[in-house]
Design a protein around this ligand. Structure first.
Ligand code: SF4
Length: 526
């Protein structure tokens, strides 16, 4: 085995201090000498680090970072360096399964696909396409999401399509739409290379996006280091590095953001020309936040007034600012409003759309952005709006279908409503891809009952026999990362291509040999 560092013990690796131009550091971990390297990128957090997949004997034997990649300049974190092991898991599904007499049994692809076609045609004929729903994930590739969006919205014409992203980082989309009128991220990682200040709000980036944190640590170790403000109830690794840590009481994100905006406005640390030219509602914002004095914020949020003032001093005086937001905001009270207040911080200071300044409303994976971009959730492809007749007309023209086929007569069905319809019996066919609602949704007892309904025909497309797959009528084994070619968009809008490096697993008795044992034995001299 070869590895440039033990990334479990040393998560972030050595410092390469910099300002302006982040230097390469190639991280690698292989368990055998690859015969070839295949270009790809990591999909295990929204950073989307560029990497090459090492292949030997038709199996993945390791990865190495791509030094030319603007996202990571060759660095990889523990998940990227180890996650590929899953491809060769002995738990992978390799054959379609069909439920016969209550039991899931192996079947051929033709048989499984014919059954799906037959049942979907019957259901569509008797109940319309409104009886067909899709529950998808943040794990697929751009092309797969787009195909799903076209099939569902221009082929079937069903409004019942949503992703588990609805329950994860939907706040990012909602906040971007509320502030800027459209989803789509406005920030770039390049802004971190020169910015004067960074705000992490509800985001433990040191643990969640380890190589983006490495970039920040390297900036902090170089000349002109950026100041760091962290808002998080916990004393995370990120918080420990901060110049100012606002350890607020859980549930008080809005009071703290209001308090910060109030201090900036009171101190005149705003950009009136930018506000006048590019925003609406500034007076309303000013009136809303004025009651949030540092003393009141201290009372409500348990953040000492002097700490709030210290944070406001950094956020108000920096000539450039990058802010990141994640689950501490998205999964807390008034999530969208709190995320919007971060957007507002940038707008009132005019720190957006210029070098060194940007907002990153984070996602779970780079592929999660594509669920939204490609219309595999409630949105339509290209961030088109179901409520905008021009968008519908344009899509109908591009897809060569009647505009009335594209669902836009009411808001798209959100994930929990899809489950409600299945529970009530109006959705009769549910296609679940790459997600495990039998474990991951709220109200599990209820969800599992729905998944077992006799009148619900359920197709599950997954790489593993999940708890959801166990309840399906048809299970389709899926190719995963490294086994197919496709693209994905990370949170700073970099689009990576991931080439097919190996074939999806096929059922062979010898593949159930232990992967580790096989390689440790045969490559012990490596
Ligand atoms: S930082 Fe994220 S994208 Fe990069 S290697 Fe780690 S998990 Fe993968």
């Amino acid at each position: 085995m070869y590895e440039t560092r033990d990334s479990i013990a040393d998560v972030w690796g050595d410092r390469t201090p910099y300002y302006g131009d982040w230097q390469e550091r190639i991280d690698e971990r292989t368990i055998a000498q690859p015969e070839q390297w295949v270009q790809s990128a990591c999909v295990l957090c929204s950073n989307g680090c560029g990497l090459d997949i090492g292949v030997k004997d038709g199996l993945i034997v390791g990865v190495r970072g791509r030094g030319v990649d603007r996202v990571n300049r060759g660095r990889l974190g523990p998940k990227g360096l180890h996650g590929w092991i899953a491809n060769d898991s002995r738990e992978r599904l390799t054959k379609p399964l069909i439920r016969r007499n209550g039991q899931l049994q192996e079947a051929g692809w033709d048989e499984a696909m014919e059954l799906i076609v037959q049942r979907s045609q019957e259901i569509q004929k008797h109940y319309t396409s409104g009886a067909i729903g899709f529950y998808t994930s943040g794990q697929l590739f751009l092309e797969e999401y787009y195909t799903l969006g076209v099939l569902g919205k221009a082929g079937l014409g069903t409004p019942h399509m949503d992703g588990n992203t609805r329950l994860c980082t939907a706040t990012a989309a909602a906040a971007l739409k509320a502030t800027f009128g459209s989803d789509g991220q406005p920030g770039s990682y390049t802004d971190l290379d020169t910015t004067e200040a960074i705000l992490h709000f509800g985001h433990n980036i040191a643990s969640q996006q380890t190589m983006l944190w490495t970039r920040i640590l390297d900036r902090r170790a170089g000349s002109n280091p950026p100041k760091l403000v962290v808002i998080d109830p916990r004393k995370t690794y990120t918080a420990k590095e901060a110049d100012v840590h606002l350890a607020l009481k859980v549930g008080t994100n809005i009071p703290v953001m209001n308090g910060l905006l109030n201090l900036l406005i009171q101190a005149g640390q705003i950009n009136p020309r930018y506000i006048e030219a590019h925003t609406v509602g500034f007076e309303t914002l000013k009136q809303t936040v004025r009651q949030w004095t540092p003393q009141r914020v201290e009372q409500v949020a348990n953040v000492p007034a002097k700490n709030l003032q210290a944070a406001a001093e950094i956020l108000g005086s920096a000539r450039s600012l990058v802010s990141t937001v994640l689950q501490g905001v998205y999964q807390s009270m008034q999530a969208t409003a709190a995320a919007c207040q971060v957007n507002n911080l940038h707008l009132i200071r005019g720190l957006i759309g210029k070098s060194g300044s940007g907002i990153l409303q984070m996602n779970g994976q780079p592929t999660a952005q594509n669920t939204r971009e490609c219309g595999a959730d409630g949105d339509l492809p290209g961030f088109r709006n179901w409520d905008n007749p021009k968008h519908i007309e344009e899509l109908a023209r591009l897809w060569n279908v009647d505009p009335m086929l594209i669902p836009h007569w009411s808001p798209p069905t959100h994930a929990m409503q899809i489950w409600r319809y299945a529970e009530q019996g109006s959705i009769k066919l549910l296609w679940i891809s790459a997600t495990n609602p039998a474990v991951s949704l709220p109200e599990l007892t209820r969800i599992r009952k729905i998944l077992q309904k006799e009148d619900l025909f359920m197709i599950v497309q997954d790489a593993f026999m999940t708890e959801t797959a166990e309840l399906a009528d048809v299970v389709l084994p899926a190719a995963i990362w490294g086994e197919k070619t496709g693209c994905f968009t990370n949170v700073d809008r970099t689009v990576h291509i991931s080439h097919k490096a190996i074939k999806p697993p096929v059922w062979l008795p010898h593949r159930y040999l232990s992967h580790d044992r096989k390689f440790r034995n045969s490559h012990s001299g490596y």
